[in-house]
Design a protein around this ligand. Structure first.
Ligand SMILES: [Zn+2]
Length: 196
């Protein structure tokens, strides 16, 4: 139960992340977040949340003395207390970051016409990470070969960096709690996920 997920909203009530129930309770205990009761939108500190009666069948955490309802959604009340989860470096996320566009010519291609290019070639010590991998179309990839961009007289449209979006809202869709729906509906998905 303590490892099950809790949705995290920023101060503008925009879903930015998920965390474990354990971490959520710690954040509420430290008074940097409040628990949201999804039905009423009421927010609670740990005291008032623990005072809520646990209905039979509702998920709860039992301690020696009390039963605490599982916090399914929390609201951050301060800045910068939620470390942004790193976006996993995966093929899927790389294609998403680059929007299926070749990072040299800027044109969009179907997935099978793109490959992952090491900006600094692996043969020259280039790493396989967000900062050194970009999508490239076949002509650009051939043109560049295993050279540095400058050597091939080709340039990146923008530096490669790790994406800043939160992956949890775009993956694991099937693992959302029902109470999250109103907070992660289409309108929430379309809000740009900037740090507040
Ligand atoms: Zn290209």
């Amino acid at each position: 139960m303590l490892n099950s997920p809790t949705l995290v909203l920023n101060r503008s009530w925009v879903a930015i992340s998920t965390t474990s129930v354990r971490t959520a309770l710690a954040l509420v205990y430290k008074r940097v977040a409040r628990v949201i009761q999804p039905e009423t939108y009421q927010t609670h500190d740990l005291d008032s949340w623990s005072d809520l009666r646990v209905e039979p069948g509702d998920p709860c955490i039992r301690t020696v003395r009390l039963e605490i309802p599982v916090p399914e959604v929390i609201l951050l009340t301060r800045h910068n207390h939620m470390p942004r989860r790193q976006v996993p470096f995966s093929r899927r996320n790389l294609y998403r970051r680059d929007g299926n566009c070749c990072q040299f010519c800027g044109r969009r291609f179907p997935t099978h016409e793109l490959s992952i290019d090491h900006v600094i070639p692996r043969s020259r010590g280039g790493r396989t990470n967000w900062e050194n991998c970009v999508l490239a179309c076949i002509p650009c990839n051939v043109r560049k070969g295993s050279r540095l961009p400058a050597e091939a007289n080709i340039a990146l449209l923008r530096p490669a960096t790790a994406p800043r979006w939160s992956p949890c809202l775009t993956v694991n869709v099937g693992r959302r709690r029902a109470s999250w729906e109103k907070f992660v509906s289409e309108q929430y998905w379309n809000v740009s996920l900037e740090e507040d």
